[in-house]
Design a binder for this molecule. Structure first.
Ligand SMILES: NC(=O)c1ccc[n+]([C@@H]2O[C@H](COP(=O)([O-])OP(=O)(O)OC[C@H]3O[C@@H](n4cnc5c(N)ncnc54)[C@H](OP(=O)(O)O)[C@@H]3O)[C@@H](O)[C@H]2O)c1
Length: 275
């Protein structure tokens, strides 16, 4: 791999996540983005991102390849780029496709499995990644620098990526549901819609920053808001009666179970595609 900023990054699958990744990286690295329907990514071309539907050419010209297509599309694409991407680092953002499947489809590539979330669109993604043992320290430095352009990064063991997909990859959808529910509550009390949305979103940001900056447990911070006989305890009482914690535990359990099913299906399909 070449040094920083000379490294051409190719993003295969410039959809919601791949498009946002391309935009986040392009101020720092030369980027080629691919998808079959390139009319849909004209906004990327305006940002000096090279746009093509030729995955093989894009992979041949790249030093680092990022794959951001739906899980079922990963193996066919890897077979397509196996030769041009030989010896290169390939980061797969696809949910549920483990590195053993990736390696079977393109044995000559060096794989990193990663997960992020939709907040990459505002460079606030939380990107979890698990590099293979064949990634050199120099290659790791460059790929970390690339991933840092998307927001925060964290290296993890691959075994944790499926539950992290259900919790952090899917997570913005849960938080949006909480924020929307808070807005509805405020609307019922007559708060103007725009003010309710801003107040709920900033409250979520503030609470998240407190958690990260103080390192305190959520229950400790919540206790600091719960004045005896005050306002908040009545709200918490209602939430507890609605079994909100059980609801979230069940939600993450259900999403994880779905991830395992998809993973098994993807494995079966991948083995079929590889044969
Ligand atoms: N959305 C999320 O919040 C989220 C969060 C975490 C992880 N992920 C993971 O990120 C991956 C992408 O998800 P997404 O939501 O961004 O999906 P998406 O919007 O459907 O993007 C996938 C893109 O792949 C392109 N594509 C399909 N076949 C292709 C091919 N043969 N060559 C080149 N491009 C091709 C599609 O465009 P064309 O049809 O024009 O080719 C599409 O734009 C998934 O594996 C998902 O598990 C998503």
């Amino acid at each position: 791999m070449k040094g920083k900023n000379e490294t051409r990054v190719c993003v295969i699958g410039a959809g919601i996540i791949g498009g946002a990744i391309s935009e986040a990286i392009s101020p720092y690295y030369p980027v080629t983005a691919t998808r079959r329907n390139i009319q849909k990514v004209e906004r990327l071309a305006e940002k000096e991102i090279r746009v093509t539907s030729d995955n093989s050419l894009a992979a041949a010209e790249a030093d680092l390849v990022i794959i951001s297509v739906k899980p079922v599309q990963v193996v066919p694409i890897l077979k397509e780029i196996a030769e041009p991407a030989r010896g290169k680092t390939v980061i797969s953002f696809a949910a549920a496709i483990s590195t053993d499947i990736l390696r079977l489809a393109a044995p000559g590539c060096k794989f990193v499995r990663a997960m992020t979330n939709i907040a990459v669109g505002v460079r606030k993604g939380y990107t979890l990644f698990s590099p293979g043992r064949d990634i050199s320290p120099e290659e790791k430095t460059i790929l970390e620098d690339v991933l840092m352009k998307l927001g925060e990064i964290q290296q993890v063991e691959e075994q944790y990526l499926d539950v992290l997909t259900a919790m952090s990859g899917s997570g913005p959808a849960y938080i949006f549901t909480v924020v929307e529910s808070m807005i509805y509550g405020a609307l019922r009390e007559g708060l103007p819609r725009d003010l309710a949305l801003k107040a709920a979103a900033h409250t979520a940001i503030g609470a998240a920053c407190l958690l990260l900056e103080t390192g305190k447990h959520p229950s400790e911070l919540r206790d600091m808001v719960l004045t005896p006989g005050g306002v908040t305890i009545d709200g918490i009482y209602e939430l507890e009666e609605s079994r909100i914690r059980t609801a979230f535990m069940k939600a993450i359990g259900a999403a994880s179970a779905r991830g395992r099913t998809l993973s098994n299906e993807a494995r079966a399909q991948a083995m079929h595609d590889i044969e």
